[in-house]
Every structure is written in C-alpha cells, then in structure tokens.
Design a protein around this ligand. Structure first.
Ligand SMILES: NC(=O)c1ccc[n+]([C@@H]2O[C@H](COP(=O)([O-])OP(=O)(O)OC[C@H]3O[C@@H](n4cnc5c(N)ncnc54)[C@H](OP(=O)(O)O)[C@@H]3O)[C@@H](O)[C@H]2O)c1
Length: 226
C-alpha cells in the first residue's frame, strides 16, 4: 500500500504521485534531482545505489525519467554504475565531465542519446555531441540554458547524481525540485551523502509532497522556494 501523507492523506500510487514535475520552465528548463539515500545519509552500499532502492523507488525513478526531455548525470556515476541508452525516443542523456574520461563507445553514445557536458578547453571525444560551458569546471546553469542545442524542446531535466555533480549543482542553485527517497536502512561506511563538495549554503526548499509505502520507504518531493 502507498499512502500520501502530505499535503493531504490519501491512498495513491507512485504513478499518480509522480505524474508531473512540480513546476514549469521559465527562461530555462525546469530541473529536478532524483536520488535515494539511507537513513544515515549515504547514497551507496558497496559503491552502488542498488541496495538502497526498491520496486517503488525504481518505479519513481523511471516515472520521472519518462517525463524528462534530458537526463544529466556525473561521469563518476557513468564510470561506476554504467548507463544504458534511454527507452524514450528523442530523450538525451548528458554526461558531465571535465577530464573527458568517458567511454563514448558505450551504447549510451552509439545510440545517439548520449552527449557530453564539459568545459571550454577539455579534451573530449569529438564523435559525440557536446555542450561546452565554463573554464575549470562546467558552468551548469549556462549548460542547462543551452540544452536546446541537443534537444528541440528541453522543458524538464532530470539530474540523477552522483554526489559531486549534485554538490556542483547546489553551488549553481540549479535544482527547482528534489525528489528524495529515504530507504529504511542505516548503512554506515564512508559513502557519499546526497551532495559533496559544495560551499556552505542555505538554499531553502519547501515540502511539496510526502508519500510512504508499506516497506517503510519515504518518498519526499521538495520544491525550491525563493
Ligand atoms: N543513491 C543515488 O541515488 C545515487 C545516484 C547516482 C549515483 N550514485 C552513486 O554515486 C557514486 C558516484 O558519485 P560521485 O560523486 O563519485 O560521482 P558523480 O557526481 O557521478 O561524478 C563526478 C564527476 O562528474 C564530473 N563533474 C561533476 N561536476 C562537474 C563540474 N561542475 N564540472 C566538471 N565536471 C564535473 C567530474 O568528471 P571527471 O572526473 O570526468 O572530470 C567528476 O569527477 C557512485 O557510487 C554511484 O553509485 C548514487
């Protein structure tokens, strides 16, 4: 059973609870972050997120993915977890990298879906599309505002981690919404938290929705408040 407990109390489904982004683009695409974390704040078990997830969490991830025109993911996650081509025709997947250490012979790229988001002078493979923005690090706001170069109508962008990319995105105040699954596990270890490497910040978000399931997973949706 899945129950919405905020903003009201009612039975629901993952599909209903995640049927649309929390807002619309204005000037640039609407950007959401989708992540799962343990109770004690880790985003990995043995270097991967799989152990933290569940069937409902996967349904959530895939549901939001279906709404996305562009997915953005860090090169570390692609190197560690692998990333296949998307199921949605026309959807693009941008891999953020400064080093260029991304295997563009993977199906993600040979399918035509994958592209690189990198810095002005980075040495990256030239057999795939790329958006260059920023000098030492990628300027994520600038890159997102130029996604029309790789997609005709980029309205909703889903960022899927990992922690270093999320930290850079928080520094850039990139997220309009955060979709966070809290897994009912304490996992210890030294795994990365939701965001690593950001400067000290106080970006305020308001709770838009909270859903719970009968396996003690908590699914929260947070909207940036300005
Ligand atoms: N729990 C979850 O929901 C979840 C989701 C995703 C990932 N994960 C886990 O997180 C781990 C990976 O996280 P991570 O923090 O190590 O890696 P990451 O954030 O996926 O990728 C980090 C890399 O992305 C590039 N990058 C990020 N921000 C950049 C910027 N502003 N400018 C230029 N390049 C930038 C750099 O690539 P280069 O090194 O190529 O320059 C950097 O080393 C994996 O273990 C994965 O399983 C968990």
């Amino acid at each position: 059973m899945i129950r919405r407990v905020f903003p009201d109390s009612a039975e629901t489904t993952i599909e209903q609870a995640y049927d649309a982004p929390l807002g619309a683009p204005s000037g640039r695409p609407w950007v959401g972050l989708c992540m799962v974390s343990s109770i004690d704040g880790s985003t990995v078990v043995d270097g991967r997120s799989t152990e933290l997830s569940s069937a409902n969490d996967l349904a959530l991830l895939l549901g939001l993915r279906r709404l996305a025109d562009v997915i953005i993911v860090g090169a570390g996650t692609v190197r560690g977890e692998g990333y296949g081509p998307p199921d949605i025709a026309g959807q693009r997947v941008g891999v953020v990298t400064a080093s260029g250490r991304v295997d563009t012979s993977l199906p993600l790229f040979t399918s035509g879906a994958g592209f690189l988001i990198t810095t002005d002078n980075a040495k990256v493979a030239d057999n795939v599309d790329s958006i260059r923005a920023g000098t030492a690090r990628v300027d994520l706001q600038a890159a997102v505002s130029r996604l029309h170069e790789v997609h005709p109508t980029p309205r909703f962008v889903q960022v899927e981690g990992g922690a270093l990319l999320n930290g850079a995105a928080l520094d850039a105040d990139l997220f309009d919404e955060i979709n966070l699954t809290t897994s009912p596990l304490c996992v210890g270890g030294a795994g990365p938290r939701l965001a690593t490497g950001a400067t000290d910040l106080a970006l305020r978000f308001e709770l838009a929705q909270m859903v719970i399931d009968d396996q003690s997973f908590v699914f929260s949706r947070w909207k940036r408040s300005h």
